[in-house]
Design a protein around this ligand. Structure first.
Ligand code: NAD
Ligand code: UDP
Length: 319
């Protein structure tokens, strides 16, 4: 297939490029570098099956060659207001990527009669009242809260995609991605994995927001990419959760990272400012992914963290 992937210079986008190329496809990456990084793609510069277009997806997209698939991953993704790369500091950009960007990529897919796949999120469930989260759960989202620019953009995109599927015959797919980690995450976007690992490698205490009893379920990037690739090849049009159902509190997660890195500096509970918007429990029900895609995660948390710690050490020039 000839595939256009938006958000290609980001964490997930760059890993998806690698997988698509390894499967023998031709990939056109698109990004405006608002939160992504050129370094994530340098290893592909000489690959004849890869090309790159610098472009903002909220502007009309023109690609002259025929496309077989369009994957829309472009969007800021970190909720941390303390980072300039967090979506609270890019609110209009985030809403445009998840509205105009979705219109533009959907139109491109429809004109080309191409497969379309959208990167949605567990955030469509908000601060969920049902646990674990099944795709049929409608969510508990504050449309004017501090995360609304992201949550509502993703929910709008899902509604738009279903409208194109139902009324215009577009060949669409929606993946609801739960917290994913691995190499090439931005070190400074404030998400918990790069923040904790970096703090630990520098011998600093890990900054726990709130009491640390809130939970997340962390999926290693290779597992996620495999689930996304299976969904792309499938004919499933309703949303599918992809994530690792192994749930952990942020406190236990921090203790694990300190143990794996040998960090003796402990924890810092002094920052409390995100409690008003922080989902308290998050864990995917992956029954649909299991039955429709024969997919489940294979990499355990410790193994995935060891690989990620090693890649961050390299990035920080520590080995
Ligand atoms: P990331 O910030 O590393 O990558 C996002 C990429 O999109 C960046 O390279 C950025 O420059 C690009 N981008 C943003 N707006 C753009 C625009 N208007 N035009 C062109 N490019 C633009 O984040 P990520 O973690 O790789 O997330 C990728 C996608 O997956 C996002 O849509 C995100 O919402 C979704 N997602 C990620 C996770 C996760 O755990 N990583 C969880 C749920 C959903
Ligand atoms: N978190 C934390 N310390 C940090 C960064 C994040 O305790 O330095 C917590 C945050 O409050 C949330 C969880 O870790 O409960 C995951 O945060 P992240 O920003 O990675 O993404 P989210 O899952 O909230 O979208």
């Amino acid at each position: 297939m000839r595939i256009l992937l938006t958000g290609a210079a980001g964490f997930l986008g760059s890993h998806i490029c690698d997988r698509l190329l390894a499967e023998g496809h031709t990939v056109i990456g698109m990004d405006n570098f608002i939160t992504g990084n050129r370094e994530n793609l340098v290893h592909l510069v000489k690959n004849k099956d890869f090309s790159f277009i610098r472009h903002d997806v909220s502007e009309i997209i023109t690609v002259r060659s025929k496309l077989d698939a369009v994957l829309h991953f472009a969007s800021p993704a970190s909720p941390n207001p303390a980072s300039p790369f967090g979506y609270p500091n890019l609110p209009v950009e985030t809403l445009k990527a998840g509205s105009l960007g979705t219109f533009n990529t959907l139109d491109l897919a429809r004109i080309n009669q191409a497969r379309f796949l959208f990167a949605s999120t567990s955030e469509v469930y908000g601060d969920p009242l049902e646990h674990p989260q099944v795709e049929t759960y409608w969510g508990h989202v504050n449309s004017v809260g501090p995360r609304s620019m992201y949550d509502e953009a993703k929910r709008f995109s899902e509604a738009l995609i279903m409208a194109y599927y139902r009324s215009k015959g577009a060949d669409t797919r929606i993946v609801r991605i739960f917290n994913t980690y691995g190499s090439r995450m931005r070190l400074d976007d404030g998400r918990v994995v790069p923040s904790f690992i970096q703090q630990a490698l520098h011998g600093d205490p890990l900054t726990i927001f709130g009491d640390g009893l809130q939970t997340r379920s962390f999926c290693y990037v290779d597992d996620l990419v495999d689930g996304i690739y299976r969904l792309l090849l499938s004919d499933e049009h309703l949303p599918v959760n992809i994530g690792n159902p192994s749930e952990t509190s942020i406190l236990d997660f921090a203790l694990k990272i300190n143990r794996l890195t040998g960090n003796a500096a402990g924890l810092d509970y002094s920052i409390d400012k995100r409690m008003d918007s922080d989902p308290q429990r998050r864990c995917p029900d992956i029954s649909r992914a299991r039955s429709l895609l024969s997919w489940e995660p294979k990499v355990g948390l410790e193994e995935g963290l060891m690989r990620t710690i090693s890649s961050f050490k390299e990035k920080l020039g520590m080995k």
